[in-house]
Structures are given as structure tokens and as C-alpha cells.
Design a protein around this ligand. Structure first.
Ligand SMILES: Cc1cc2nc3c(=O)[nH]c(=O)nc-3n(C[C@H](O)[C@H](O)[C@H](O)COP(=O)(O)OP(=O)(O)OC[C@H]3O[C@@H](n4cnc5c(N)ncnc54)[C@H](O)[C@@H]3O)c2cc1C
Ligand SMILES: NC(=O)c1ccc[n+]([C@@H]2O[C@H](COP(=O)([O-])OP(=O)(O)OC[C@H]3O[C@@H](n4cnc5c(N)ncnc54)[C@H](OP(=O)(O)O)[C@@H]3O)[C@@H](O)[C@H]2O)c1
Length: 611
């Protein structure tokens, strides 16, 4: 089939690869001159484009950022890449699979519309010339974050320097200035830290508090090692009465669900016992790391860091816990319902007074003065908006639409039900704690199968869209503007893998308890999706899965807790996500022995018990 891919960023590259694996004839158009999307920088031509900034570190380790068909050692080591290293990884992927042979650089797609006999017309501008091309299928991989969102009260009345994080490259322009940063998510976190290091005054104003997760746990684990399925299942499936619509390993059948829960609990208790024995004999975390010179971000291992250039200290953890408590309006945050900011690099400057926080909001602006709702008035030289992005599907012709510009109206955030899976939007899915490129890979595998006619969209696709949208909206209700966000990467990927046959059956996996323990109680590792199904690489995948070290949540106490909870009614669940302030608790030995608060919700009664 003749397929067009728009964009050669991380999503476009993997889409080309998955389509080539299925033998399709692929042409990709990219307006840039190189692969890599926002990760490729050319300081001469991209000053006015959305690009990553000079000094930046991924918020997600390679464990969840890399592709399952291009495994590198840093993936199981859960190392964080800088933008330069990540671009190298993407370029190496493109080279290894000869993807650039299929890409036409310097070609901007200005319109996609329907053509007769269920085909698509793609209109391209290159060197000032317009051309039209017909394809059987199209994948839009033009990037979820291209058009800055700049709605800030009275911004047009401010006479100082105004900019958006998408054009931010470094803090030099703000040296010695009085700066207001608006919005705090992952862009805000980096920009705020860099500017507050050099500004004469730095104020942060927020209207909501994204949930803070430092990149490193206990100074040694990457935060996404905490993305274990037992934990995700607990948070977003079991400990709630909201119907769970996404099929995964345990499917819809009540019998297989019950079998799954019992088997998971049994495997979990056995795993917890084995872990307990190991923990009794293994050296402490500090002893283990004595000869490890660098942490997962490439910083010296000691003193332990909690984030990039941010030491692990009790006062910082206390700040984070307090911030997170407010992020959920004091209502408990075990079932997180707001986007996560996996970047706490700015916290030391908030604690040491280089950053002042306003959470009352902006009332009005005049000249270079900003009036806050709590009555304070401050003068600024510059405002930097870290206010995110608008959804932009302006390249779609009048006969194609994404309803309300909301990708939750598409099946798996990708497929419009009217186009039989021949039109896909890939990369418009943002896990709370996970990598967009890996989700794109899974969507692209589905798309490639649909194009080969080996699969078709489910008959009840509209009902499924509705149900999955309701579920996602419920669990992102404190971030209603982030319509591409999903609570759990592994739940999302399992759902698609189930449809394309890339998820081992429940019976196969239950027959191998060691593999099951890896699947359910160890950090999510998407090599799992290459064990079976289309273009599987079982040997490589199995080796990757069985050799990955356990993460910070794979300790005996928590494994036993998750196992016990599987057997309990959903009204019994832990109270809150709180990070240990006692730094020693970051070592497996200590954390395993800490008591856990469970909450039993019984009608109006809300009882906390200690387990
Ligand atoms: C500072 C920063 C850090 C980030 N860190 C992370 C992280 O740690 N983990 C994570 O998962 N995500 C991160 N992201 C999000 C990041 O955007 C995505 O991970 C990733 O870049 C998405 O890839 P993509 O291919 O979908 O989009 P993009 O990288 O935006 O690539 C889109 C491509 O499409 C091309 N294109 C667009 N429109 C057209 C058109 N009309 N015609 C032709 N070509 C077109 C562009 O030239 C570009 O090459 C970060 C974003 C920023 C800004
Ligand atoms: N180092 C890294 O890896 C890194 C760095 C930067 C970005 N990223 C990635 O890039 C993507 C975009 O992130 P982002 O931080 O740019 O955008 P974002 O996640 O959409 O966050 C925008 C933030 O701005 C707030 N906001 C919007 N308008 C506001 C206003 N008028 N006043 C106050 N606050 C306002 C939003 O709050 P509301 O929820 O209240 O709307 C939200 O918290 C994400 O996928 C992120 O993971 C990663």
C-alpha cells in the first residue's frame, strides 16, 4: 500500500519503520532538513520554531523513551539522555533501518484531504513550489507540541519582554533581570531553574500544581522505574469504581479477571518472599553504589542527587510533599489525576528563596507592572510563558476533522472511525510518566497492520472511543486542557498490543511465573511487546526482560502489599503518594519496613488503618 507519513520526528521515524516492516511503500515529508523533529537543532534556521533548549535532560529515562525494536544498553540501565544523545539515538535508528531513503526533507505538507475511491490527497510546498500527491493511507506525525498557548490575562498590556518556552534556548537574555514565569509543568521546571540561577528576581505564578516527581528516587533509581503494572493497576483500575474499558492481559471476561487476580496475588507473595530473602543479605544502597561513579543522569553518585543539579535533601522532599498535597486540593493523591512534572530541578531555588511563588493568579497588567489577585503588585522586565500548547490540526482539509481538536475522539488517540484506519494521528498521546515515542511505536504497529488489512478497527469502535474517553477524562480531571494525556503508558500500550496480538496470552504468561513477576511487579519494559505477535524478536526481548534490575518499587514490602490489595475490595486502598523525607528510607532495606497507610472508604466513613 502507498502510505504517506508527515513528519520525521520520533513518531514519524518509528511509523516509517513499522510500515516498512509490513512491506508498504512509504514516502515521508518533513519541512526540516534532518530527522529528529524538535530534537534536531539548527541555530540559524529554527530560531522561530518549537525546539528543545540548549541545556536539557529528558524527564523520562531511555527505559520508556527507546523503541522496542532498537534496544540499547541504556534502556535497561534506565539512563537519562541529554537532547544531543537522544538525537544521536534517533539518527542511529534512522540509519540502521535506512529510513532516510524514504524521507523528503524541506517539504511542508499544507493540506491533507480526501481523494476519490477512499484515497487521500497530500498537498506539499517545497522550494516555493506546490505539488499534489495521492496515497492510500496517511499518518500525521507532525508533533503534538507545535503551536504555543499564550492566553494569559492582560498580556497585551505588558510592555516588557514577552516570550514562550517553545522559543526559549538559554537564560542569558534574562541575566540580572526581574522575571515572571507563568505556568509550571516540565518546560516551566527547566526554564524556571535556569532563569532563577541568573535573574535578579524570579517569580513563578501558577493556577494549578502539576504533581512533582523528582527524576531520581533515593538518588539511584529513575522515576519511571516506579511505573510498574501492579501499581498502575492499583491506582487506576482496582482502587476505583470507575469502569475500566481498556482490554489488556486480563481481558473483559469476569472469569479470566478473577483468575488473573488470584494468580497475580499468588505470584506476588512468592516474589515478595524471594525479594525478602535477597534484601536480608544484600548490602545497603550506599555500599552497592560505592564503586559506581555516576548516577543515571551522569552526575557523581555522591552526594546523592534527587534531580538534575539538585541534591537529595529532606527540606526539598518536604517541599515536594507539600506541593503535591496542594496539587490535589488536600483530597488525597493516591489516584493521581493531574499531569506529572517529572522534573524537580527548580525546587532547591524555591527553598533557598531565589524563586517566589504566587498561586493567587494574575488579576491585571499595566506597563511593566503585574497585579496579583492577593493584592501584591510587582514590576518585571520580562515574562516567560511556560503555558503549554494548543492543539493544531490546521493542515487537515475541510473533509477531515478531529472533533473539537481532541484526540480522545479518535480510537487509541490515533484513528478516526470514518476512515477505516487509513488515516492515523501518531504521537498525540502523552503518558503521565512515560515516553511519547514508545506510545507512537505501538500506535504505528497497529496502523501498519490496518494498512495491510490484517486487522480492521473493531465493529464497536465508537462505543470504545466513548468509554475510553470517559475513563481518561476521569483520571486527568485536574488537567482538563491536556487532552492528549493518559494516566498509564503500560495500560495504554497493553490495550493496543492486545489488539495486534503483541501481548502474550494470560495462560502463556501464567505458565511462566518468573516472566509473570517481571510483567506485573518489575518496571514496565516494552521489550514485553516483542515476545509474540507481528515482528516479534523473542530472544532479544526475553533477555532484555529477564536481566533488567528491579526498580525502587520492586521490594518485598510493596510487592506483598500490591499482592494483598489484588484480593481486597476496591474501597481498601493506600492513602497518599508521599516521598520518604528520611533519606535512608530510599534504600530498599529501610523502605521495605516502613508502615503503609491504607484507607477504607465505607460510605461517608473514611478510616485510615496501618498495615
Ligand atoms: C523541552 C522538551 C523536552 C521534552 N522531553 C520529553 C521527554 O523526556 N519524554 C517525552 O516523551 N517527550 C518529551 N517531550 C515531548 C516531545 O515533543 C516528544 O517526545 C517528541 O518530540 C514527539 O515526537 P513527534 O515526532 O510526535 O513530534 P516532533 O518532535 O514535534 O516532530 C514533528 C516533525 O514533523 C514535522 N512537521 C510538522 N508539521 C509538518 C508539516 N506540515 N509538513 C511537514 N513536516 C511537518 C516537523 O518538522 C518535525 O520534524 C519534550 C518536549 C520538549 C519541548
Ligand atoms: N526536560 C524535559 O524532558 C521536558 C521539558 C519540557 C517539556 N517537556 C515535555 O513537553 C511537553 C509540553 O510541556 P509543557 O510544560 O511545555 O506544557 P504543559 O505540560 O502543557 O504545561 C503547561 C502548564 O502551564 C499551565 N498554564 C497554562 N496556562 C496558564 C496560565 N494562563 N496561567 C498559569 N498557568 C498556566 C498549565 O496549567 P493548567 O493545567 O492549569 O492548564 C500547565 O501546568 C510535555 O510532554 C512535557 O513532558 C519535557
Amino acid at each position: 500500500m502507498k502510505v504517506c507519513v508527515i513528519g520525521s520526528g520520533p513518531s514519524g521515524l518509528t511509523t516509517i519503520k513499522q510500515l516498512l516492516d509490513e512491506g508498504h511503500d512509504v514516502t515521508c515529508f518533513d519541512k526540516n532538513e534532518h530527522v529528529g523533529g524538535i530534537w534536531y537543532r539548527n541555530n540559524k534556521t529554527d530560531i522561530d520554531q518549537m525546539k528543545v533548549y540548549d541545556k536539557m535532560m529528558l524527564t523520562i529515562s531511555m527505559g520508556l523513551m527507546g523503541y522496542s525494536d532498537f534496544i540499547v544498553p541504556e534502556m535497561s540501565q534506565r539512563k537519562y539522555f541529554t537532547r544531543e544523545r537522544y538525537l544521536k539515538y534517533l539518527t542511529a535508528y534512522a540509519e540502521k533501518f535506512h529510513l532516510t531513503d524514504h524521507i523528503r526533507f524541506g517539504c511542508e505538507v499544507v493540506e491533507v484531504r480526501r481523494a476519490p475511491v477512499e484515497r487521500f490527497k497530500v498537498v506539499v510546498m517545497a522550494n516555493g513550489k506546490r505539488s499534489e500527491h495521492e496515497f492510500d493511507a496517511v499518518a500525521v506525525c507532525a508533533g503534538p507540541f507545535q503551536k504555543p498557548q499564550t492566553k494569559v490575562t492582560d498580556l497585551d498590556k505588558f510592555t516588557g519582554d514577552v516570550s514562550h518556552s517553545s522559543r526559549y534556548r538559554n537564560a542569558e537574555r534574562f541575566r540580572g533581570k526581574r522575571v515572571l514565569v507563568v505556568g509550571l509543568a516540565e518546560s516551566g521546571a527547566d526554564v524556571l531553574r535556569q532563569i532563577s540561577d541568573v535573574a535578579s528576581e524570579c517569580v513563578l505564578t501558577v493556577r494549578s500544581r502539576s504533581f512533582l516527581l523528582p527524576r531520581l528516587f533515593g538518588g539511584r533509581h529513575s522515576s519511571d522505574e516506579g511505573d510498574i503494572r501492579a501499581h498502575n493497576y492499583e491506582q487506576w483500575v482496582r482502587a476505583t469504581d470507575v469502569p475500566f474499558p481498556i482490554k489488556g492481559l486480563f481481558g473483559d471476561n469476569p472469569l479470566s479477571r478473577a483468575a488473573f487476580r488470584v494468580s497475580a496475588a499468588a505470584t506476588g507473595f512468592a516474589t515478595a518472599a524471594a525479594l525478602k530473602v535477597r534484601e536480608m543479605f544484600e548490602p545497603s544502597a550506599d555500599e552497592q553504589d560505592r564503586d559506581v561513579p555516576f548516577d543515571k543522569m551522569g552526575q557523581p553518585t555522591f552526594p546523592r542527587q534527587m534531580d538534575h543539579d539538585a541534591e537529595l535533601r529532606p527540606e526539598y522532599m518536604r517541599f515536594i510533599n507539600e506541593w503535591n498535597r496542594k496539587s490535589h486540593h488536600d483530597k488525597g493523591n493516591w489516584t493521581v489525576k493531574i499531569i506529572l512534572c517529572k522534573n524537580a530541578t527548580w525546587v532547591p531555588n524555591a527553598v533557598n528563596g531565589k524563586i517566589t511563588i504566587d498561586d493567587s493568579g494574575i488579576e491585571r497588567m499595566e506597563g511593566n507592572r503585574v497585579h496579583f489577585k492577593d493584592g501584591q503588585v510587582k514590576t518585571f522586565d520580562a515574562i516567560v510563558m511556560c503555558t503549554g500548547f494548543e492543539r493544531d490540526f490546521s493542515l487537515l482539509g475541510p473533509d477531515i476533522e478531529v472533533k473539537d481538536n481532541n484526540v480522545r475522539n479518535l480510537y487509541k488517540h490515533a484513528f478516526h472511525p470514518d476512515h477505516k484506519g487509513r488515516l492515523a494521528f501518531i504521537g498525540f498521546v502523552r503518558p503521565f510518566a512515560g515516553g511519547i515515542p514508545a506510545c507512537s511505536e505501538m500506535q504505528a504497529r497497529y496502523f501498519a497492520q490496518l494498512c495491510s488489512d490484517k486487522l480492521s478497527l473493531p465493529a464497536d469502535v465508537r462505543d470504545r472511543i466513548r468509554a475510553e474517553k470517559a475513563w481518561e477524562e476521569k483520571f486527568t480531571e485536574l488537567s482538563p486542557n491536556c487532552t492528549e494525556s493518559i494516566p498509564s503508558q503500560s495500560i495504554f500500550q497493553d490495550g493496543i498490543a492486545h489488539e495486534i496480538g503483541a501481548l502474550p496470552s494470560i495462560w502463556k504468561i501464567l505458565s511462566n511465573p518468573r516472566l509473570f513477576a517481571r510483567y506485573w511487579f518489575y518496571p514496565a519494559n516494552h521489550a514485553f511487546y516483542r515476545l509474540v505477535g507481528p515482528h516479534a524478536q523473542p530472544e532479544v526481548a526475553l533477555h532484555e526482560l529477564m536481566t533488567e534490575p528491579r526498580g525502587q518499587l520492586t521490594i518485598s514490602g510493596l510487592t506483598a502489599m500490591f499482592s494483598a490489595l489484588m484480593l481486597m475490595p476496591h474501597k481498601v486502598h493506600p492513602v497518599d503518594h508521599v516521598f520518604p523525607v528520611d533519606l535512608n528510607a530510599a534504600s530498599p532495606k529501610r523502605a521495605a519496613t516502613e508502615p503503609t497507610q491504607l484507607r477504607v472508604l465505607d460510605g461517608d466513613r473514611d478510616v485510615a488503618v496501618t498495615a
